[in-house]
Design a protein around this ligand. Structure first.
Ligand code: UDH
Ligand code: NGS
Length: 372
């Protein structure tokens, strides 16, 4: 081989190697697992709040049940589980029926903790919500007893989007995380659609080493996981895991994609999705038509190509909302919020309705809602 050609080949190999080394270093630098922040400022009611500061929590945190001082920890495997459950939605049960049935075991706000042992985890169950009281009634009827048998120290938070603007499931869940944390020192957050009821109580509403997808086998999908990375429906993240991914994106308006965005956040932060097996992870979904103001977001697929660059720019760290009302029912805490659809440029980009906050249908109480 002539000397010049050899030199050229050497130069080419060297520059290629340098290029790939730099590229690798660059990707690695962007992809380092983020440290969990020690302070996190969000905007709540136009005021900056550091939600990780202990001072945020009132001294009088509700502590339902007997004082836990003398009690031992609950067993890792709750002893009173039933396994497979019978679930039926074709009944005209009312919220009052459910209050009568499970209310005696609960503290105001849908709070519970076992009286015979100290729960292994403090779990906030967060439900993104608007105008689905009938579904909520079924959910409360079936899920409260499951959570009690699972011996959790838990609270149920229904995060109700005020007004008729484009629905934002993910932002409501971020708000639920903050509102629950302001109230009590939760260490695990289960995010659940209101229309999904587990039909096996061995599916523990707890957090594990990695973010957990719980609604693995839904009747609507013939009890088959529709795709490997799905993270929608019901999922659980510990406080640390949720902080590590900066929560959900706030900018998915309308239906679809926000759960896939979270799934990508998890993998970009070097975590995996854990799941129960497909028998334990069975769910029944309450059938329904598409809600108004929750049309598929036409930008959702494009947005998923941007997750990587948006994790730190869009999430808990940029969360801003206004609390309209906090109402304590015996069965749940209802937090009605303005998610500020009218000031988010992503809403108009999506072509969805910014909506108004003067349309107060979502502020109707369940009783009012059921009146003909
Ligand atoms: N949600 C509400 N109110 C709304 C929209 C959504 O409470 O107006 C909440 C609720 O917790 C629900 C979750 O957001 O379970 C997810 O929304 P969804 O149930 O609309 O999403 P899903 O993917 O259904 O289950 C999409 C519409 C399917 C139409 C099928 C027509 N046959
Ligand atoms: C995917 C959506 C997810 C959704 C999943 C299941 O296509 O947000 O379907 O939806 N992703 C995108 O649209 C990018 S379901 O059939 O349960 O309504 O969760």
């Amino acid at each position: 081989m002539p000397k010049t050609a050899f030199k050229l080949l050497l130069l080419f190999s060297f520059s290629s190697l340098t290029f790939f080394a730099v590229l690798l270093l660059h990707l690695k630098a962007r992809n380092v697992p983020a440290a969990v922040p020690s302070s996190l400022v969000i905007t709540r009611n136009n005021t900056s709040v550091n939600i990780l500061a202990a001072a945020v929590r009132p001294n009088t945190t509700p502590t339902p049940g007997r004082p836990g001082g003398a009690l031992g920890p609950c067993p890792d495997g709750p002893p009173n589980l039933l396994g497979s459950l019978y679930v039926e939605f074709r009944t005209n049960r009312t919220l009052q029926d459910v209050r009568n049935l499970v209310g005696p075991f609960l503290q105001q706000g849908g709070r519970y903790r076992p009286s015979s042992c100290v729960a292994r985890q403090k779990v906030a169950v967060i439900i993104p919500f608007r105008n689905r009281y009938e579904h909520l009634t079924h959910w409360l009827h079936y899920v409260h007893p499951v959570l009690m048998r699972q011996q959790l120290d838990y609270g149920v938070y229904v995060i109700n989007q005020d007004g008729d603007g484009a629905f934002n499931r993910a932002k409501l869940m971020n708000i639920g995380f903050v509102e629950a944390l302001i109230e009590y020192d939760y260490d695990c957050f289960v995010f659940s659609d209101v229309d999904l009821v587990p039909i096996d109580d061995r599916n523990l509403y707890r957090c594990s080493d990695h973010p957990r997808h719980l609604s693995v086998a839904v009747d609507k999908f013939n009890f088959i996981l529709p795709y490997a990375t799905i993270f929608g429906g019901v999922s659980a993240l510990s406080k640390q895991q949720f902080l590590k991914v900066n929560g959900f994106s706030n900018t998915f308006w309308g239906w679809g994609g926000e759960d896939d965005d979270m799934s990508q956040r998890i993998s970009y932060r070097r975590m995996f999705i854990s799941r129960p097996d497909s028998v334990t992870g069975r769910y029944k979904m309450i059938q329904h038509e598409r809600d108004s103001h929750n049309d598929p977001n036409p930008r959702r697929v494009q947005k998923l190509t941007e997750t990587y660059f948006n994790i730190i720019k869009d999430g808990l760290s940029t969360l801003s909302y206004t609390v309209r009302e906090i109402r304590k029912d015996l069965l749940y805490t209802l937090v009605t919020v303005d998610v500020q659809a009218d000031v988010d440029p992503d809403v108009s980009r999506s072509g969805l309705k910014p909506g108004s906050n003067s349309y107060k249908v979502s502020l109707l109480s369940p009783e009012e809602h059921f009146q003909d």
